[in-house]
Ligand binder design. Structure first.
Ligand SMILES: [Zn+2]
Length: 143
């Protein structure tokens, strides 16, 4: 019988291992228990460490800056975008246009960076304006 292998041995690992101080681990675990962490899509210690280090290096110019948000698709009642800084499996964010104002299902808010991205993207906001929406105080509201 031939065994199939998902990960060939010669494939380089995409992860490295580091040790971090216990007090940092404790602080991260405390944050992970909050609703804010869940809302932001963080589940594991690795998510926080990765986000923190990436941000640190990016600010110093040692990590490539890429577009954080990408427009993925527009539907009748929502726009789906990809948040490249969100933890793996949580990249997709839906902004709904079913009420009086746009609503982000990730942040559970009508004013957030995801909605801000839509406001700043002419290819997204212009069609919305043609369909009776307008921008007011950082929100997208039905006229
Ligand atoms: Zn949001």
């Amino acid at each position: 019988m031939k065994m199939s292998r998902n990960y060939p041995e010669d494939k380089p690992s995409k992860h490295g291992t580091v040790r971090i101080p216990k007090d940092l681990v404790n602080a991260i675990e405390e944050f992970l228990r909050t609703d804010q962490a869940k809302k932001m899509g963080f589940l594991y210690i690795t998510d926080i460490v990765t986000e923190g280090v990436r941000e640190f290096l990016r600010n110093l110019g040692y990590y490539p800056t890429r577009r954080r948000f990408e427009h993925y698709n527009a539907y009748e009642d929502r726009i789906s975008i990809i948040d490249n800084d969100a933890p793996k499996g949580k990249e997709w964010v839906d902004i709904w246009f079913t009420g009086d104002q746009a609503f982000c299902d990730r942040c559970e808010e009508s004013e957030c960076e995801h909605i801000g991205f839509i406001i700043q993207s002419p290819e997204l906001i212009d069609p919305l304006k043609e369909h009776g929406w307008s921008v007011k105080d950082g929100k997208i509201v039905r006229r």
